[in-house]
Design a binder for this molecule. Structure first.
Ligand SMILES: Cc1cc2nc3c(=O)[nH]c(=O)nc-3n(C[C@H](O)[C@H](O)[C@H](O)COP(=O)(O)OP(=O)(O)OC[C@H]3O[C@@H](n4cnc5c(N)ncnc54)[C@H](O)[C@@H]3O)c2cc1C
Length: 435
């Protein structure tokens, strides 16, 4: 029986919508299915949406920088108007602190040099001039406030930071995902909401579509898993997990929203900042707030979640821990009695590097394991996945003969075996949200 869809993508987050956009652009008839009510309502909704280019691997840095080109030219990338308006890229640049733990950012600087990414070396005098609220005391290693050594100052202050102008953040990740949906719809893409996939159908040793919770069956010769923190559940439904050397799990994370110190318009002057000395990242947020997340220091227990439909969405003591850490770098920060913020899940791969790959089930693909750091790369991930799917459907064996994707702005190739489910653990990874 013929099916109206060349491909079904499970998930309409920023990754699933970007895949639909690229496949529909080349004439594929696509359908995205999401159990929630609208695009970007899953973990994308609570993303800090920081667009940075510093990663622990050259491939990670390269696809982040290539993706930055699309965020920086969002209207042209989309090519269509969205009646809801376009998400805004706040191009504030990014500040990354140099410290003993990151070896003065030696590795990151050398990768940026290799890729031609501009940055400036700032000493603390310059940092203070630009961001008056920041303090240079080193506290490494990051600790929890109950540790008697919390707040213990190291003899040497931080060395300074690098500042790179080609970065920033998106103020509204849900709107940006809607923008991509509308762009895909302009090429005929379809989106179905409030529909939960409960079964992956197979026929003649390949995927054949999906079954929804209400019993509806939708056939397609290609199914893509872009289900975010539910990725391991969908992979188990497809029975492809046992073949994977790298697997994914859902990890709970808290992000705090704190008022900026009195008298400082941080919303106007601030930029995304990354500080491994205190194990925190932060950026300006609307309402003159500062939003801050954890860079996963060893002292913080990891809260792996068995059921991504059922986890504690309330802030816990962890929010207070993160606020106290940030107050080390911003001494005038007030910590309210009632801390505000958001709680959501990362879809974490074993080595915190995503899996953009086929599977051992013909026609079943996955864009998973985004590990808290792949919102920014979605434009390139959509393109890489489209190329992978088209080539594999044309008979290429990506496991034996990996696809090489050309980053057109950087004029550089990415060998997609880097993202293979069959790779060994990548020891170059930070094993944290930094990727
Ligand atoms: C707190 C937080 C902060 C972050 N900060 C940053 C950042 O600053 N910069 C950055 O680059 N990245 C960041 N990330 C990571 C980034 O947001 C994610 O990598 C990205 O949003 C993942 O997109 P996705 O489309 O894969 O997943 P999702 O947005 O989660 O979309 C998956 C969709 O699949 C649907 N789904 C799941 N199961 C089913 C099913 N059975 N049937 C139908 N639909 C299903 C879900 O409803 C969901 O809408 C952050 C993540 C979090 C949680």
């Amino acid at each position: 029986m013929s099916t109206p869809y060349d491909t079904i993508t499970i998930g309409s987050g920023i990754i699933g919508c970007s895949i639909a956009f690229e496949l529909s652009k080349i004439g594929w008839k696509t359908l995205n299915i999401d159990k929630l009510a609208a695009a970007g309502s899953g973990s994308t909704a609570n993303s800090c949406a920081v667009i940075r280019v510093h990663y622990s691997t050259l491939e990670g840095t390269a696809i982040a920088y290539e993706s930055y080109q699309y965020w920086n030219d969002w209207a042209n990338y989309l090519g269509v108007e969205d009646p809801n308006g376009l998400a805004k890229f706040k191009k504030r640049g990014v500040l990354v602190f140099k410290s003993k733990v990151n070896d003065n950012l030696k590795k990151i600087r050398s990768m940026m040099d290799e890729l031609g990414i501009r940055y400036e070396n700032w000493n603390f005098e310059k940092i203070k001039k630009e961001f008056v609220i920041l303090d240079d005391t080193s506290y490494y290693p990051p600790r929890r406030p109950e540790d008697p050594d919390f707040g213990k100052k190291n003899a040497l202050p931080l060395f300074g930071a690098i500042y790179y102008p080609e970065g920033g953040y998106i103020s509204d990740p849900i709107l940006s995902t809607h923008n991509v949906q509308v762009a895909a719809e302009a090429y005929g893409a379809e989106f179905k909401y409030n529909a939960k996939v409960v079964n992956i159908l197979k026929k003649d040793n390949r995927v054949n579509g999906v079954e929804l919770e209400d019993g509806m069956v939708i056939e397609s010769p290609v199914v893509v898993n872009a289900s975010g923190p539910h990725s391991f559940i969908i992979n188990r439904l497809a029975d492809v997990e046992d073949d994977m050397k790298i697997k994914t799990r859902a990890l709970r994370h808290e992000v705090v929203h704190l008022p900026a110190p009195p008298g400082v318009d941080y919303e106007s002057i601030g930029c995304p900042s990354s500080d491994s000395d205190i194990g925190a990242y932060w950026r300006p947020e609307v309402g003159n707030h500062i939003l801050s997340g954890s860079e996963d220091p060893e002292c913080d227990p990891k809260e792996w979640i068995e059921d991504p439909d059922n986890f504690n969405r309330n802030l816990t003591e962890q929010s207070w821990v993160q606020a106290c850490r940030l107050a080390q770098r911003i001494p005038d920060l007030g910590i309210p009695n009632q801390i505000q913020g958001v709680v959501d899940l990362y879809d974490v791969a074993d080595d915190w590097i995503p899996i953009y790959d086929k599977s051992n089930l013909l026609g079943f693909y996955m864009a998973v394991g985004t590990s808290g750091n792949q919102y920014k790369t979605a434009p390139v991930v959509g393109k890489m996945m489209a190329e992978l799917i088209v080539q594999c459907e044309n008979g290429r064996d990506h496991d034996k003969d990996p696809i090489v994707y050309r980053l057109k702005h950087l004029e550089r190739d990415i060998n997609m075996k880097f993202y293979s489910r069959l790779r060994e653990i990548n020891k170059e990874s930070s094993f944290s949200v930094l990727g």
